[in-house]
Design a protein around this ligand. Sequence first.
Ligand SMILES: [Zn+2]
Length: 495
Amino acid sequence: MNRHDRWPSHPTSLHEWQLARLRSYLSTTVLPFSAHYRALFDKEHVAPAMLRCLDDLRRIPFTSKSDFLPGTDGADPVRDFVLKPDRAVLSRRPATLLRVLLHGRAAVSESFEQEFRPLLLTSTTGRSAVPIPFLFTAHDLDNLRLAGARIMRVCAAEREMRMMNLFPFAPHLAFWLTHYASLGFGVFMLGTGGGKAMGTDGNLRLIRKIKPDVLIGMPTFLYHVLNELAHERFPLPSLRKIVLGGEKAPSGMRRKLRALARELGAEHVDVLRTYGFTEAKMAWAECPFHEDAGSAGYHIHPDLALIEIVDPKTGEPRGEGEPGEIVFTPLDARGSVVLRYRTGDCIDGGLFHEPCPFCGRHVPRLMGEISRSSEVRDLQFGKLKGTLVDFNHLEHILDNAEHIGTWQLEIRKRNDDPLEVDELVLHVTKTDSTDNDHLHAALDARFVSEMEIHLNRIEVHSTEELRERQGVGTQLKEQRVVDHRPAAEKGVTHA
Ligand SMILES: [Zn+2]
């Protein structure tokens, strides 16, 4: 395993190096032990040796969420993605023969345990779908620790800092990655388990006690927590970094968090984003940057992950810096393994290989805003035909809007009549005394000019009311979009 962050700096050499790594990983580890990919490579007549350039990756068919769904025969395909070692095959690996000679059979047998026995499970959050479990072996936990420590370094963390992990305690990647990142980097980390485990009050109590330098969690929950501290006028000048994960964090949300931190007496706070997903079993972070200079992008670990950007409709590869869907292939995973996994996440700035202008690291960087194609919904504003509405864009508008704090968008049937048309109702807290009608008119004008849809109504709430609506402290994820239409009408669709 590469523990030294060493890889070629030139993009062409880096690609060759990653492809060589992929060929070796496929032939020694994935194809011998993955039922799914052994069958798929046989069917497609693909062999690792054929993968000589990036374009050759197209020979490997994509894997997507639908490949994990149970069949009508009750078979659970998720199991076929888990590497199941075969001792006879393992003993024929050239590295195995050498290790037996050097260390003896018992040590080699133990190393197979480390490499292949599943020890930890995290699953997808599945707001609309069944949760999909992903398994980690000891080998994966070493990589999780390594990837986590790199996130700490990219975020310019220091070992003297006191950190708090406010992600929900659950079998989800965000909490565990943060936990292993602190072990890997060697820094104090207090995991509160988030709102569901301790309530907002429990989190506030620990923040007042620890006076952390770094807060890590979901943007909406951190916003609530900092807002409470600002109301109490509790000073938190120690705060230097807010690290966000688990959901999108557009620039408007980051600006609001920075403003709240300033209210708490923390003058220079880096608000940093991370991007990860269950299937990757890791995440990547942005390095600190100045808001006016723009983002430096998510820094990818090139020895652990090969990222491609493809056209979301045709699946054709996109060039350097072109927008498209993020496709992920691991280069050193055990346990559950997916190849060329289509995330359904689109990045508007694409992938860049130039060194980072802020930290100088030679790593591929995912640039810009990420949106989920599953957040395009079919709404019936008229009786005749539906309208596809991109909620990523709506959320972006709302997070950047002035005068409002937190918000929730509700989709409902007019008069709760299932035969009626759909309505969009916005629930908000206000940050100033702007007149409600004025606020509605301004937001509606933006919805119309950018999305060609109307906002039917705005309802203004107190912080407590909205917190209850969003399920802060009771749900694993704060509910920013709720669909109160009858189940059959919930047109969640892929763009
Ligand atoms: Zn950087």
